[in-house]
Write a protein that binds this ligand. Structure first.
Ligand code: SAM
Length: 221
């Protein structure tokens, strides 16, 4: 059985290879979560968004087009190369910046400096529960008081949840790719010390997902 570090390395290699082969792997259309999130962040008066696991930036570009300034991070250099190229081509490089970052490491921003954090289909990757809890802690640390975190993840209701080998700690192996399906219990556990605003089940194509919105307590300055 692979250790957590081996799983993490295998997953990084896999994503890097996938983006090298297909630099716009996730397509150009924004996700359903990004459309919903842009409307929410706009209504909340948020200006700046830190996107985690942004890939080649389909959602980052959508958010930038809606007027937000977006700092996109991912652990695949190939994905970020494509993102930077597209940002330049589309004249959005003042609104979309990118940095290589593995979310197992502390987030780069200083405490309480970020308006909102967004992550589409990142948290269901090969993270242990302890890593998820520490990522939640980091996100809360960098958010300003009243700041929002929106994330989407695969649901245990997804048909794919039923096949795959157990790797332990709730992770499943899907053809050599470690991932996790979320249930309400895990969502609530991870929202400890947050204000959990919304837990919405939704579908995108064949997939069944959750979209979660949570706020750091306090009042935005
Ligand atoms: C399912 S893709 C979603 C990409 C993008 N959010 C989208 O919706 O188009 C998951 C992304 O998470 C990134 N990722 C996985 N584990 C990561 C980690 N530990 N740190 C940073 N990025 C990671 C992958 O490189 C990949 O781009």
């Amino acid at each position: 059985m692979k250790t957590g570090q081996e799983l993490a390395r295998a997953q990084q290699d896999r994503w890097q290879a996938a983006y090298e082969q297909n630099p716009r792997l996730n397509g150009r259309e924004p996700s359903a979560a990004a459309r919903w999130t842009a409307a929410l962040f706009g209504a909340e008066g948020i200006d700046d968004v830190l996107e985690l696991g942004a890939g080649h930036g389909r959602d980052a570009f959508y958010l930038a087009g809606q007027g937000f300034s977006v700092h996109a991070t991912d652990f695949s250099e190939a994905a970020l190369d494509q993102l930077r190229l597209d940002a330049q081509r589309e004249g959005l490089d003042d609104r979309v910046t990118a940095a290589l970052h593995d979310v197992r490491d502390p987030l780069p921003p200083a405490d309480a400096t970020v308006g909102a954090v967004y992550a589409n289909l990142l948290l269901n990757m090969a993270f242990s529960r302890a890593e998820l809890r520490s990522l939640m802690h980091e996100i809360r640390r960098v958010l300003r008081p009243g700041g929002l975190f929106v994330y989407s993840v695969w649901s245990t209701e997804d048909p794919c949840h039923d096949n795959g080998d157990e790797l332990g700690d709730g992770l499943l192996d899907k053809q050599g790719f470690a991932c996790r399906f979320f249930d309400r219990e895990l969502i609530h556990e991870l929202a400890d010390r947050w204000e959990l605003r919304d837990v919405a089940p939704y579908r995108e194509g064949q997939r069944r997902l959750w979209r979660i919105t949570q706020a750091k307590g306090g009042t935005a300055a």
